[in-house]
Ligand binder design. Structure first.
Ligand SMILES: [Zn+2]
Length: 266
């Protein structure tokens, strides 16, 4: 077990009935091995390690769940995009405004981004199963069961397949960001291959899996910690972290409830 959780103390805190206290306690005991993980709301995360910042699915300015201090993207070395829906890539070009910033996405998606003004040398266009090493972090594109059209004027343009990402940091932490997906059996292959420690999983339902499916996903992925995401942003995204915790009871998998704007590992 690479993530250190004091379950006995967590149980006592949970019994105290304060979700806020529980969240603070979880934040303090999850060992991210020096990687700072900030949830910007919805599916957007910023991870910083060894002087490099990664954004995953930057959706900031029009993201109702994004706090004011995160609306403007911080300087970033890398941007990872799981798929072409606007709630995952509305702010990719703004986040990659520095021509040194690289954008990792599936080939069709990156082709479209280059047509919109991303410089070709900024594009790291890969496909599912491919791994790139970015400043010491190995990033692998993995599957998602979802769609990926891109709204382009009045049309919906083909954006390639929807994806997820595994990030293997040099410090020894491995993170899985599921993108938008439902649970699928091959999450077991992701566990076999990459041994993720932490998974960011959508739980809102409607467009993605909900808490029941996400609990099974966490078990298939064999992670120690789940950070729930993609819930509450709009009224149809009804799944809650409490429901996820209920479905994970007895599994030994902890739910880390970050508030938008909160950082763990700082
Ligand atoms: Zn989405």
């Amino acid at each position: 077990m690479r993530i250190r959780i004091r379950f006995r103390m967590l149980y006592l805190v949970a019994r105290a009935g304060s979700h806020q206290l529980q969240s603070k306690y979880m934040e303090s005991i999850v060992d991210t091995k020096g990687v700072e993980i900030t949830w910007c709301g919805h599916a957007t995360f910023r991870l910083t390690t060894l002087g490099h910042t990664f954004y995953i699915d930057p959706f900031l300015k029009d993201n109702p769940a994004c706090p004011a201090e995160e609306k403007e993207p911080k300087p970033a070395s890398f941007v990872l995009v799981t798929h072409g829906h606007s709630d995952h890539m509305a702010d990719v070009l703004q986040t990659a405004r520095d021509p040194k910033t690289k954008v990792v996405g599936i080939i069709e998606l990156n082709h479209w981004l280059v047509a919109q003004g991303l410089k070709p040398e900024q594009s790291v266009a890969i496909n599912i199963g491919g791994t790139v090493e970015l400043a010491g972090t190995r990033v692998t594109m993995t599957p998602a069961v979802h769609s990926s059209g891109i709204e382009d004027g009045g049309a919906m343009v083909y954006g390639g397949d929807a994806a997820s990402f595994v990030m293997e940091f040099a410090e020894g932490l491995t993170v899985f960001h599921a993108g938008d997906t439902t649970v699928f059996g091959d999450m077991g292959l992701i566990a076999d291959l990459y041994h993720p420690d932490i998974a960011m999983l959508p739980i809102g339902g409607w467009y993605t899996m909900g808490p029941r499916e996400a609990a099974l996903a966490a078990k298939l992925l064999r992670v120690k910690v789940v950070i729930p995401m993609h819930f509450g942003t709009w009224p149809v995204l009804v799944g809650t972290p409490e429901q996820l915790e209920h479905h994970l009871e007895g599994s030994g998998i902890a739910v880390l409830r970050l508030q938008p704007g909160r950082t763990v590992g700082a």
